[in-house]
Design a protein around this ligand. Sequence first.
Ligand code: 5SP
Length: 174
Amino acid sequence: MHMMVSKPEQWVKPMAVAGANQYTFHLEATENPGALIKDIRENGMKCFVTFTVTYLCLLQVGLAIKPGTSVEYLAPWANQIDMALVMTVEPGFGGQKFMEDMMPKVHWLRTQFPSLDIEVDGGVGPDTVHKCAEAGANMIVSGSAIMRSEDPRSVINLLRNVCSEAAQKRSLDR
Ligand SMILES: O=C(CO)[C@@H](O)[C@H](O)COP(=O)(O)O
């Protein structure tokens, strides 16, 4: 879940109870990222027991930064999270133009944290996914490029293939 909310702390437990297995919050939206990461982990580790089945909910932690936030502010938390999300549009709505000048953030993260999942969100489609993958992104959020396509499945396959090929190339280059 990409939580584009002003108070991410208040939604951790409701989302865990609802069955979410991933919780991404914005660095800009909290005074204490470390405490929020801990809270997400603790909520995700709870077991929810029904009459017949025990559910073990594991919550993955994502940390997002808006275009105006320097990537260095995310670094102190990078070893405590499962995924970093680099926004390539201002959070709010789909269909915005891809901000290519966010790619140095992705490259810096990939260089500093080779095994971290790095997601890009905003204006990503067939014309921009190569820049994201070459910079080091291995997770893509795409809305308009897929929904506006006459063949959504082929767009999804393209996005997936471009990222997996770039990841394979990185692993060979190491
Ligand atoms: O998250 C946001 C903006 O808040 C959007 O970027 C969507 O998640 C993706 O939409 P497209 O940019 O791919 O249309």
